[in-house]
Design a protein around this ligand. Structure first.
Ligand code: NDP
Length: 295
């Protein structure tokens, strides 16, 4: 391996420390601590684990965690009524509805019901639009975490060729917008892209957000490129055991890239840290307080 490992776990830990300090400054300014409400519908085990770790991280950062767990038979109107109640609650600065939702509920309608000022996931069309036109926005946590790792490693990104593989509203599109705002030349690749390997070979920055285990091969990577692997895929390794791998063939990429994120321990830990960061950012903005420069 020649590439440097980008340690997302360590970076996320530092960010969480800065968020805790910012939360305590908010406390002094506002006379209360920032609050994050997380809503989980149903019993999906992975979602349940995420919600638990979000609540724990929130408390560790000196913030209030409000958890609502609803049965998987919940209907859309009841869920939207809860969201509206949280919108109206002054002690709630951020609202996160854990996706995916059960089939009887339309994700888009629920996201649209969240007050954009409390939309700490950055999924509301108002925040997506603000990001697209370069206004202050709450930005989706995973792509913002990727950008923080890139800037920490590379500094100024101006003029670099970036390829984002994946065009979801949650990762790929906002990632591309963020890189464009940093004056990268951005290509968004997806399942219909012709000759993906050739497209990726042009890139100084590769962000893979596909959901296909080890799809991006080492010989697709330009020597010296920086590779951010967003993918989280659980694969069988025999004897009833599984392991997590990314969308990038890690060993191959590490032999040619200048830096690469591991899976696990790369992008993954950044998502919750940025969620906490977004909650403090939202809390200050709602009260008309100046931005906290440390975030
Ligand atoms: P989606 O399934 O919503 O999007 C996947 C994207 O990959 C689509 O745009 C799709 O293209 C594209 N794609 C699929 N197959 C190919 C292919 N063969 N070649 C090129 N592009 C392809 O996934 P998400 O964006 O939500 O997530 C992507 C990955 O990131 C997943 O592994 C997920 O688990 C992980 N993830 C990790 C997070 C973290 O905290 N680290 C947070 C969020 C996601 P098309 O649009 O044409 O179908």
């Amino acid at each position: 391996m020649t590439a440097e490992l980008i340690d997302g776990k360590a970076f996320a830990q530092q960010l969480r420390g800065r968020v805790a300090d910012a939360a305590s400054r908010f406390h002094k300014d506002a006379g209360r601590i920032p609050g994050l409400a997380v809503v989980l519908v149903g019993e999906d085990p992975a979602s349940s684990v995420y919600v638990k770790s979000k609540g724990k991280a929130c408390l560790e950062a000196g913030m209030k965690s409000i958890e609502h767990r609803l049965p998987d038979t919940t209907n859309q109107a009841d869920l939207i009524a809860l969201v509206e109640q949280l919108n109206a609650d002054d002690h709630v600065d951020g609202i996160l509805v854990q996706l995916p939702l059960p089939g009887q509920i339309d994700d888009k309608a629920v996201i649209a019901a969240i007050d954009p000022a409390k939309d700490v996931d950055g999924f509301h069309v108002v925040n997506a639009g603000r990001l697209a036109v370069g206004e202050d926005a709450l930005v989706p946590c995973t792509p913002l975490g990727c950008l923080m790792l890139l800037k920490d490693r590379m500094g100024d990104l101006t003029g670099l060729d970036a390829v984002v593989i994946g065009r979801s509203n949650i990762v790929g599109k906002p990632m591309a917008q963020l890189l464009l705002a940093e004056s990268c030349t951005v290509t968004i690749a997806h399942s219909r892209t012709k000759d993906l390997a050739a497209v990726v070979r042009r890139a100084d920055i590769v962000v893979a957000a596909v959901g296909r285990p080890e799809m991006v091969k080492g010989d697709w990577i330009k020597p010296g490129a920086v590779v951010i692997d967003v993918g989280i895929n659980r694969v069988d390794v025999g004897e009833g055991k599984t392991k997590l791998v990314g969308d990038v063939a890690f060993d191959e990429a590490a032999a040619i890239a200048s830096a690469v994120t591991p899976v696990p321990g790369g992008v993954g830990p950044m998502t919750i840290a940025v969620l906490l960061r977004n909650t403090v950012v939202a809390a200050r903005a709602r009260l008309g307080l100046a931005k906290d420069a440390s975030l």
